[in-house]
Design a protein around this ligand. Sequence first.
Ligand code: PXP
Length: 248
Amino acid sequence: MNQITRIRLGVNIDHVATLRNARGTFYPDPLKMVKFLEKLDVDGVTIHLREDRRHIIDSDVKRIKKETFLPVNLEMAATEEMQQIATEVIPNAVCLVPEKREERTTEGGLDVITEENKLQSFLVPLIQKKIRISLFVSPDLKQIEAASRVGANIIELNTGTFCDLLIENNKEYVEEFEKLKEAAVYGKTLGLEIHGGHGLTFDSVKYIASIPEIRELNIGHFLISQAVFDGIEKTINTMRLEIDKSQK
Ligand code: PXP
């Protein structure tokens, strides 16, 4: 497949840090995983610096950005603290996500409409540093319109609901898939680059990678989990193959 048009695979390595933090020791080191990924067929690394630092910590962000040639996508909440870190580290992209302390993982998408004014000024210093701006949103056309208005370059469509429905064999996944397709088309007409992520597995990625507008997928928990059985190289190669086969 043509290298230029191929969907990019961003690997979220948060859960390498989760494993490390479970013992409060120094291994497994997320940077070591980045060094493995550099040799594989991946296009970027994604890390989520959460307010409570439950997995990735500040020094991981700095070391990874300094030591890798892979583009770094920093997921974060729209807080002053994170804005300061992002403007110091200057990742290739920032993906803004909603964050609730009590949640296990990111839930839902950003409420860009309600936060529109705040986001607009929040993004200014990031845009000045030429960081690409991605907003994590549900497949909701009004939110996508607002994402375009606040100056995002990218929307990352939250595939989490779709993946949950598919895994539960709940037929409502069909409706959610239609929403994702419609959202991708709409976002592209507004000039946004379309990414997808959350909950993706070898099965669900087949659907999402078949959406023609999708340019990048960010996948973490499943890849790190599957690597426990198959190793990271085989896991990435299988995911890459599934994406390439499904891409239209
Ligand atoms: N994209 C975003 C915005 C996320 O918050 C996450 C989870 O950190 C992912 C992608 C990756 O999701 P998963 O770990 O379920 O593959």
